[in-house]
Design a protein around this ligand. Structure first.
Ligand code: GDD
Length: 335
């Protein structure tokens, strides 16, 4: 019998790469999606377009325990990857209540329903380097104390401890991956890397004339999402459950991402990037850089893609997709 995996958040960047990865390994892949996604597949299932005949999608609201319970009472899974969340940090300052509700309760509902119905299913929680926030040491590792700086970061700390508590209290195989920023051509347009790659490509093609950003001095440890989803699966295949930092160990400023992205299209970012107070956050995370040596040693995981390769891939993708005729460009808009 083949193994079965359930992915919440399967329509997102990580969900789509993880689904591809698990299908390649022979898993039967199921996904939880909002009903509205099934009603508007062109807009909302763009990243899964090429996989739609290979995954089984279940309409579900992770904000409802009954909804989660109902699906888990119908299908049994070997792995459950909980990636669904309100994942945009800036939005969590605008609507902290729904961020906390979706992210914290969504995690709790899945854990509670698994405990009730299939405690043998292995559970992965998408933790985040945002949990380190105002960092207490550099680089950040599994033992670094948390100091979240946003409702989003706080919701992830709560999810991390819920996951740990189910592991300790009920002896379930529950783990958190503490993933540092990870990007790709499938990244949502609101995140800074994609905003930069897309706007640089637009400026090159004469479709935009400037790029308005917030804090250019924030530093992030940016890896490639496709490398990071492998680590999620590896964590669930260990003999014992544990939490792992996943990072490249390099940090770069937003300004450097701009510099490289614009250079990729033969432009100087200083001629186009304008700083705009509306994109500053009430509390910023200034510096993130992770130490993934535990994952390297225990999982045998290492990133493959380098930072310059990541920037190049994103800019080239946006250049190509924006250069295509309008109809095909719309079809790939969300990949
Ligand atoms: N989004 C955005 N837009 N960020 C900007 C902008 C802008 O116009 N200008 C500067 N920034 C800065 C932000 O202030 C932040 O310091 C940095 O760019 C990165 O912002 P995001 O790309 O939005 O990502 P994030 O670091 O806040 O969060 C991402 O990574 C986390 C892991 O550390 C998200 O993917 C989270 O869901 C994830 O947990």
């Amino acid at each position: 019998m083949g193994r079965k995996a359930l992915i919440s958040g399967i329509t997102g960047q990580d969900g789509s790469y993880l689904a591809e990865h698990l299908i390649e390994l022979g898993f039967e892949v199921h996904g939880l999606v909002r009903r509205v996604a099934l009603e508007q597949p062109d807009e909302r299932l763009g990243r899964l377009g090429h996989l739609l005949d290979q995954v089984k999608l279940h309409p579900c609201s992770i904000e409802s325990y009954a909804s989660v319970f109902s699906i888990l009472s119908r299908e049994r899974f070997d792995h459950c990857y909980h990636l669904a969340a309100q994942s945009f940090v800036a939005e969590s300052f605008v609507d902290g209540f729904s961020t906390m509700n979706t992210n914290t309760n969504g995690t709790h509902y899945l854990l509670a329903a698994l405990r009730e119905l299939q405690p043998g299913c292995r559970f992965y929680f998408a933790g985040s380097s945002e949990m380190f926030g105002k960092v207490q040491e550099t680089p950040q590792r599994e033992t670094t104390p948390f100091h979240p700086r946003s409702p989003y970061g706080i919701s992830k700390v709560a999810g991390y401890y819920l996951t740990m508590n189910y592991r300790e209290a009920y002896n379930m195989f529950c783990v958190s991956g503490i993933l540092f920023n990870h990007e790709s051509p499938r990244r949502g347009y609101e995140f800074v890397t994609r905003k930069i790659s897309r706007t640089a490509a637009k400026i090159k093609l004469g479709l935009a004339h400037e790029l308005r950003l917030g804090n250019l001095d924030a530093k992030r440890d940016w890896g490639h999402a496709q490398d990071y989803v492998r680590a999620m699966r590896m964590m669930l295949e260990q003999d014992t459950p544990d939490d792992y930092v996943i990072a490249t160990g390099e940090t770069h400023a937003v300004r450097e991402f701009c510099e490289r992205a614009f250079a990729e299209v033969g432009l100087d970012y200083r001629d186009y990037v304008k700083q705009d107070p509306q994109f500053y956050r009430p509390a910023e995370v200034d510096l993130l850089v992770g130490d993934a040596s535990k994952a390297r040693a225990a999982l045998g995981w290492a990133p493959v893609r380098t930072f310059p390769e990541l920037v190049r891939e994103m800019v080239q993708h946006d250049l190509e997709s924006l250069s295509r005729p309008r109809s095909s460009h719309l079809a790939s808009a969300s990949n």
